[in-house]
Design a protein around this ligand. Sequence first.
Ligand SMILES: [Zn+2]
Length: 253
Amino acid sequence: MKLYRTEGVVLRTYVVREADKVLVCFSRDRGLLRLWAHGVAKPGSQKRGAVQPFCRARFMVAAGREIDSVRQADGLDYHGHLHTDLISLTRATYTCELVEGFAAEGQPNIELYALLLEILARLGGTGDHPLLLPAFEIRLLDVSGFGPVLETCQGCGATADQPGLSFSPLQGGILCASCRDGESGALSVSLGSIRTLETLRSWPLDRLSNLKPDSDTIRDITRILRSTIGVHLEKQPKSLSFLAEITTSYPKA
Ligand SMILES: [Zn+2]
């Protein structure tokens, strides 16, 4: 039987049979993976800690005909604090759901992997702040090849620096006032919101806490990012409505 080693983050798990689970992992060198983990739902299982959601682990895996299975799992970062409060748990679940939605089986994406590790390390800790999730969302789109075009109009190529701009989720970018005509679903946005989005995609995450966007800007960037994500996933993430429910002013919390 062919064995291989890989490192990955457990995005979610589900129970199959009595004591077995399937782990949905995002691995560093193989992209999205589904792994069968025998016996890990038993209380005494040695692998139990390393197969929890959000854990980064090193796996020894046996290749199978239908699904590969975990032979050994050594936890590297457990991110246990993400399980201790509901808001952190939900935000981390949302993060992992988006990674699962944008990652592909057999296609590593080292930038997305690094982004996931950085966000999980910050969520619920001292590196957290209100703009962390929107910053994650735009960077996720960027490293997945779906980053919104914010500098120039998608219709005519004019520099997007005049009032009357809108954002087209379907075209994945800005439209100037004259190109907006006839574009259904375009969202009006201010220049300030566009600049804030550009900052979210490029500044080091440490510095984002210096940004103090007003509520209109937060509304704009949230609509742009969520609608763009919705277009590419062809649905809204399942955890998003719960996230909105438990945080009164997402993306604040
Ligand atoms: Zn135009």
